[in-house]
Design a protein. Structure first.
Length: 195
């Protein structure tokens, strides 16, 4: 899935009401995982107007050239869209196509990461000491990011404890609403990543 950050103004009763707000900070920011910019735009619109159908809003989409290694700081689950809904939006879009090409050259993976303290690395049991969403170029990178993040925020001490990271993939289009992303540089230990 590709990752998109979408700033949202509105929804409002009319288009002029939305346009008058564009000089202000956005009302919401969505982080969307979708196969394309057009699908991301449409599912974000559905979430933004979920309680106010037929209202106007304005969305500004920002993309990344490559998958970013990041933790999604949120206690809320995303809005998930099943493949049949995505297929319907592809066949019969509710919004006009976005006229700017996608810039992400490769897709990444989104996981629910569970960090488990174990007595021995071969143990199948243990105590869950942290759960969070992680997005990365691949499962190995996601494991590194989850481990570094858990250690950095004090969920466990990598020098003292054995940790197993369980990665549960979410391969569906989804929208996270107003979250904070903690970015990790996988090539720079000082930035929170691993060499």
């Amino acid at each position: 899935m590709n990752i998109y950050r979408i700033s949202v103004w509105g929804p409002c009763d009319s288009e002029p009401a939305v346009l008058s707000r564009l000089a202000l900070a956005p009302d919401n920011v969505a982080t969307v995982f979708a196969p394309s910019k057009d699908i991301a735009n449409q599912v974000c619109y559905l979430v933004a107007t979920r309680n106010l159908r037929h209202h106007s809003n304005y969305q500004d989409i920002d993309t990344f050239p490559l998958p970013v290694a990041c933790i999604l700081d949120t206690a809320k689950d995303p809005f998930v869209f099943e493949s049949d809904i995505v297929n319907e939006l592809t066949a019969e879009p509710i919004l006009p196509a976005v006229n700017i090409a996608d810039t992400q050259a490769a897709a990444g993976d989104l996981f629910r990461a569970r960090c488990v303290k174990v007595e021995h690395r071969s143990d199948r049991n243990g105590t869950v000491c942290g759960q969070f969403w992680v997005y990365a170029p691949d499962p190995a990178s996601a494991n590194t990011v989850a481990t570094e993040h858990g250690n950095t925020v004090g969920l466990f001490d990598l020098d003292e404890e054995a940790i197993r990271v369980e990665l549960l993939p979410l391969e569906k289009t989804c929208v996270f609403w107003n979250i904070r992303m903690t970015m990790y540089d996988l090539h720079n230990k000082a930035a929170g990543g691993d060499a």
